[in-house]
Design a protein around this ligand. Structure first.
Ligand SMILES: Nc1ncnc2c1ncn2[C@@H]1O[C@H](COP(=O)(O)OP(=O)(O)OP(=O)(O)O)[C@@H](O)[C@H]1O
Ligand SMILES: [Mg+2]
Length: 215
């Protein structure tokens, strides 16, 4: 399966989700490749750090940029069971190119009106990409939501997500938790942290199952 974590808004947790999913897929025994198509290189730094700390299983990671990305991904898909692509937080040639070859794109947004507005253009990009990639599935996931139960932002944001015919809103929510930052720093997925981080592990496992449960 080829998965893209993308979107036009910065800092929504794309790299966090991509690195967690890649490590979790590797832990489940799959031959997975993480592709970092953001010149900032955060996913690549995470994978390098994981290598330097000799954490097993290893997560293979390559950096690929430019409009040739689609061809590269198609080629790499012959050699890996799964590919997880991390795209930067803007409309880029990499984002557009990747949309043509991936099976599913996940669009994390923070529960904010500013993030919801960026979905208008994502909806249009997905529509165009579907012309070349008719089976493309695009799903929006609320990310970095408050853990405070009195904050209703996620529910309010979810109501706004019904306006985009090409984008399917997901029920599950990724919340803002220290565990994600801790795992990122240590080259880990939240499910690998010791002591166990139950809540973060549960929500990442829910996302993992949503993506890979049919395989
Ligand atoms: N669920 C979360 N809980 C806590 N911190 C988070 C979470 N998701 C992301 N962060 C933190 O927020 C910051 C931005 O996250 P990240 O780099 O994953 O976002 P991004 O969408 O990839 O950003 P960019 O658009 O720059 O590529 C990082 O410091 C990261 O550790
Ligand atoms: Mg990123």
């Amino acid at each position: 399966m080829i998965i893209l974590i993308g979107g036009e808004k910065g800092g929504t947790g794309k790299t966090t989700l991509a690195t967690n999913l890649a490590a979790m897929r590797a832990l489940a025994g799959h031959d997975v490749l993480l592709i970092d198509s953001d010149p900032q290189g955060s996913a690549n730094y995470w994978a390098q750090n994981r290598d330097e700390l000799t954490i097993q299983p290893r997560v293979a990671c390559v950096q690929k940029f430019g409009k040739g990305l689609a061809m590269e991904v198609k080629d790499l898909a012959k050699r890996y069971q799964d590919i997880i692509l991390d795209a930067g937080g803007r409309d880029s040639v990499e984002l557009r190119s990747a949309l043509v070859v991936v099976d599913k794109v996940y669009l994390p947004i923070q529960p904010s009106q500013f993030d919801v507005w960026t979905l208008n253009s994502m909806n249009a990009l997905v529509e165009t990409a579907k012309g070349f990639n008719p089976t493309l599935q695009a799903k929006v996931i609320i990310s970095r939501a408050s853990t405070n139960p009195s904050v209703q932002e996620s529910e309010e944001t979810r109501k706004l997500l019904t306006d985009f015919p090409n984008l399917e809103p997901l029920e599950l929510i990724i919340r803002d938790r220290i565990a994600y930052r801790k795992a990122a720093k240590e080259g880990l997925a939240v499910t690998e942290l010791k002591p166990k981080e139950a809540k973060a592990s549960e929500e990442m496992t829910a996302l993992y199952n949503e993506i890979f449960n049919h395989e």
